[in-house]
Design a protein around this ligand. Structure first.
Ligand SMILES: Nc1ncnc2c1ncn2[C@@H]1O[C@H](COP(=O)(O)OP(=O)(O)O)[C@@H](O)[C@H]1O
Ligand SMILES: [Mg+2]
Length: 298
């Protein structure tokens, strides 16, 4: 079976050449009435063709805002947002988006949901069915092609959502906390499926999450954001080999990375909660961590 609709970003030589995302000094200010909120300030980000990049940071730091800029749903107040060197002027089939909440058509079967993406691209009926079945096969969903969304588990629905986003053969896949509503076990399985699919498709991915292990397990590089207004706190490469497998999560390399990212995020989460690091709060936390009983301290 052919995977031709997905071959767009991959050159004859095999390395992806398209799907380069660049944010340059992006600012985002929301004006509502007299209030204005600086959501993101001076943000630089890059996703190279075929790369898996995660954006992580405390709640409200501007992750979804940045993803929406790349999706073309909102324009930056200042700075540049580019895909393959072209300014982003609005949503387009070259970028597929997957949200946390399921956005499938409940009246369509799994395959019809996926075919919808191909229809949008003007693919003919016979070709559509074949292409949808190919993608569903890669995602391990072929046995469910004639099911309706409400007959599926949350994990499966989200997988169909990803497959549908891939059906327009985007150069870039954008995911906004896609596994946030799933239980821990389903989430781990979904991460494995996503990383396997990504290795087959070699598409550029920008993945938003607040789950540290998820970001490390999936990514080539992680951008850690500061609390609002979102700036770049640190960019970390993830030097774990591919393919990724769950056993890696207990490797010393993985655990060291987790500690680094978790320290960065904790610092920012405390700031986001309006707490200063210098006011003794962290000292208090470390006393607690030394195992003293809370009641004895009060
Ligand atoms: N359309 C909007 N109008 C006003 N404020 C917004 C809008 N979208 C997001 N914000 C604000 O911008 C900040 C960043 O939001 P968001 O990108 O959703 O954060 P995250 O996804 O990291 O949790 C938040 O303070 C949020 O309230
Ligand atoms: Mg968000």
């Amino acid at each position: 079976m052919s995977v031709a609709p997905l071959a767009g970003p991959v050159a004859a030589g095999g390395e992806p050449t398209r799907g380069h995302v660049a944010l340059r000094d992006v600012h985002l200010r929301f004006e509502s009435g007299r209030q204005s909120i600086d959501a993101v300030q001076g943000f630089d980000l890059e996703v190279r063709p075929g790369e898996f990049v995660s954006l992580i940071g405390p709640s409200g730091c501007g992750k979804s805002t940045l993803l929406n800029v790349v999706a073309g749903f909102i324009a930056p107040t200042a700075g540049a947002a580019l895909v393959d060197g072209e300014p982003i002027r609005g949503p387009g089939a070259d970028r597929g988006m997957v949200f946390q909440q399921y956005s499938l058509f409940p009246w369509k079967t799994v395959r019809q949901n996926v075919e919808f993406g191909f229809k949008m691209k003007g693919v003919g009926r016979a070709r559509r069915e074949e292409a949808a079945r190919t993608l569903l096969g890669i995602a391990g969903l072929l046995a469910f092609e004639n099911h309706y969304p409400d007959q599926l588990s949350g994990g499966m629905r989200q997988r169909v959502g990803i497959v549908r986003a891939l059906a327009t053969s985007p150069r870039v896949l954008l995911l906004d906390e896609p596994f946030g509503a799933l239980d821990a076990q389903t989430r781990a399985v979904m991460q494995q499926i996503l990383t396997n699919m990504w290795q087959k498709l070699r598409i550029s991915v920008l993945f938003v999450t607040h789950d540290i292990e998820e970001a490390i397990f999936l990514s080539d590089r992680i951008y850690v954001m500061t609390a609002r207004p979102g700036r770049l706190k640190m960019m970390l490469p993830v030097p774990l080999p591919r393919p990724r497998d769950p056993a890696m999560t207990s490797s010393p390399q993985f655990m060291a990375l987790r500690r680094t990212v978790s320290d960065l995020i904790r610092e920012e989460s405390l700031k986001a909660m309006g707490m200063e690091l210098g006011d003794g709060l962290l000292d208090g936390l470390s006393i607690d961590a030394r195992g003293k009983d809370l009641a004895a301290m009060l």
